[in-house]
Design a protein. Structure first.
Length: 184
């Protein structure tokens, strides 16, 4: 497992970064013991605004992308610990969910890094962010699980049943909706 740190406007001493990396390895290495040492990349982004540290962690696991973000005042270590706790819960939940699914066996994650491009700064009807990611075919249930794991309100995917692009979304009443594109 490789840990990559990105510091954005954060003044974190090297000793704290080493401690953060050691804690990540101590807690998460057990989940990746059967993989090659460089097979999984955990991205940790630390930002600082007005003495508040925000730690975002993103990692692939069993074909899904897990993500968490936490904020703490004055030092980034408590936010990292909370993030690791959340990632461990997400990994256990995903492993249990995939283990119960008799249609398929859990597979190790093929790392498909998400690419993000930011452009423009105008707020009126302009695209301010373009996000690209590799969308693999999945069922509606898997897309809902992925949406929940990422903490998003919607998720676009390739529907394995129809072979077309589709979007699941969180409804205000708490349920989920599905949008499918029809050919004209």
């Amino acid at each position: 497992m490789i840990v990559r740190f990105v510091m954005k406007d954060a003044h974190v001493p090297a000793s704290i970064v080493e401690t953060m990396e050691r804690r990540i390895h101590q807690r998460l290495d057990a989940y990746f013991k059967e993989e090659a040492a460089d097979a999984t990349v955990v991205s940790v982004r630390v930002t600082e605004q007005k003495s508040t540290y925000k730690v975002e962690m993103t990692m692939p696991y069993m074909g899904h992308t897990l993500r968490t973000e936490n904020q703490e005042r004055e030092i980034s270590l408590p936010a990292l610990d909370k993030g690791i706790d959340i990632l461990e819960r997400q990994m256990k939940k995903l492993r249990t969910r995939l283990g119960r699914d008799l249609r398929k066996k859990p597979v190790l994650a093929e790392s498909a890094p998400h690419e993000e491009d930011e452009s423009g700064e105008e707020e009126s009807e302009q695209v301010v962010r373009v996000k690209r990611y590799a969308a693999k075919p999945m069922s509606v249930e898997d897309a809902i699980l992925e949406m929940n794991l990422l903490g998003h309100s919607f998720y676009m995917f390739n529907n394995v049943e129809s072979g077309m692009a589709a979007t699941v979304y969180r409804r205000r009443d708490g349920g989920c909706g599905l949008i499918e594109i029809e050919s004209l």
